[in-house]
Design a protein around this ligand. Structure first.
Ligand code: UTP
Length: 291
C-alpha cells in the first residue's frame, strides 16, 4: 500500500442490544467514557492517523451521531456570551476544521461486512481505515490505526488487521487468524476464520476493531454470502483478499483495548480513564479502598 490513509469508515449501524434499554434511544457509540462519547475517541484516533474524510455508516435511528459533529449554534452562542471559552473550544473541537464527516445509511443490519460495503461510493478505490468505536484503544503515543497505516505503507502490505491474544476459551467470540510471525508485532496472515469453536481455532490471535484495507475489498464484499450468524462477515472478504494478494498482515498494536461493546469493558475503560485524570484518580482510589 503506497498511498497515505485519508479515509476512515466507522460502522455504527449495529443494534447495540447489550446496552438495552439505554440503546433504545441512545446510540451505543454515544455512550460516554467520562465526558467523551466512544465515537469521539474513535474520531480522534482516525485524525491522529492522518484521515481527513470520515465516513459514518449509520442507521435511521442514530441521528445523534450526526448532531454531535454538527454545529450547535444556540449552545455555542450562549457559551460565548458567558465567556466560557474552554467549554466553547470543547464543543467546537469535536471535528477539526480540515476534516469532513460523511454519513451513509445501512438500511438493514446485515452484518459488519455489509456495513463496510455501504461506504463504497464514498471511499472508491483507495486504501482506507475501519474503526469499530466500541473497541476503545488507549495509547500514550501514536494511536493504533496510525501505527497500522505506517506499517501498511512501510511494508507495501495489501492490508493490516489489528489482533490481540485472547483466552483460548473465547475464540468463538472473534475472528481468529492463522499467521506466520515476521517480528514481535507483525505476522503474515495465512488464513482467517470467523468465531471458531476453541477446539477448532487455529490460534488465539483475535481480530479486533481496526483495519487498514484496500479498495478492492468492496468487490470481494459484494461477492460475500452471509456467513456466521447469517451476517455478511468482513472476515470472509478479508480471507478472499488473502487468497488474491497474499500480503495481509496481522498487527499487535501498542496500547490497551477496552471492549466497550459490553458492560464490563465500559466499566474498565471508565476506571482506566478516571485513573489518568489527576482530579478523578484519588476519588477512584478512595472508592476502591473502601470496597
Ligand atoms: P457488534 O457485533 O458489536 O453488534 O457490531 P452491535 O449490534 O453493535 O451490538 P450488540 O451485539 O447487539 O450489543 C460490531 C460493530 O459493527 C457495527 C456495529 O455498529 C459495531 O460498531 N455493525 C454491526 C454495523 O454497523 N452493522 C451491522 O449490521 C452489524
Amino acid at each position: 500500500m503506497s498511498k497515505p490513509l485519508r479515509k476512515v469508515v466507522f460502522p455504527v449501524a449495529g443494534l447495540g442490544t447489550r446496552f438495552l434499554p439505554a440503546t433504545k434511544v441512545v446510540a451505543k457509540e454515544m455512550l460516554p467514557v467520562l465526558d467523551k462519547p466512544l465515537i469521539q475517541y474513535a474520531v480522534d484516533e482516525a485524525v491522529d492517523a492522518g484521515a481527513d474524510t470520515l465516513v459514518f455508516v449509520t442507521n435511521r435511528y442514530k441521528h445523534a451521531i450526526a448532531d454531535y459533529f454538527d454545529k450547535a449554534y444556540e449552545l455555542e452562542a450562549k457559551l460565548q456570551e458567558k465567556g466560557k471559552d474552554e467549554l466553547l473550544a470543547l464543543v467546537q473541537g469535536t471535528l477539526p476544521r480540515n476534516v469532513r464527516a460523511i454519513f451513509v445509511t445501512q438500511p438493514e443490519a446485515l452484518g459488519l461486512g455489509h456495513a463496510v460495503l455501504c461506504a463504497k461510493p464514498v471511499v472508491g478505490d483507495e486504501p482506507f481505515g475501519v474503526i469499530l468505536p466500541d473497541d476503545l484503544i488507549w495509547n500514550q503515543g501514536k494511536g493504533a490505526l496510525g501505527q497500522m497505516a505506517e506499517l501498511a505503507q512501510g511494508q507495501g502490505a495489501g492490508g493490516v488487521i489489528a489482533v490481540e491474544e485472547v483466552p483460548q476459551t473465547d475464540t468463538d467470540k472473534y475472528g481468529i487468524v492463522d499467521a506466520t510471525p515476521i517480528d514481535p508485532r507483525s505476522a503474515q496472515i495465512r488464513h482467517m476464520v470467523e468465531k471458531p469453536k476453541p477446539s477448532e481455532a487455529p490460534s488465539n490471535l483475535a481480530v479486533v476493531g481496526r483495519y487498514v484495507l484496500p479498495g478492492r475489498i468492496f468487490e470481494l464484499l459484494e461477492k460475500t454470502t452471509p456467513g456466521a450468524g447469517g451476517e455478511i462477515q468482513l472476515t470472509d472478504a478479508i480471507d478472499a483478499l488473502l487468497k488474491e494478494q497474499g500480503k495481509v498482515l496481522a498487527y499487535r498494536f501498542e496500547g490497551t483495548r477496552f471492549d466497550c461493546g459490553n458492560k464490563a469493558g465500559l466499566v474498565r475503560a471508565t476506571m482506566h480513564m478516571a485513573l489518568q485524570d489527576p482530579k478523578l484518580a484519588p476519588v477512584v482510589r478512595e472508592l476502591l479502598a473502601g470496597l
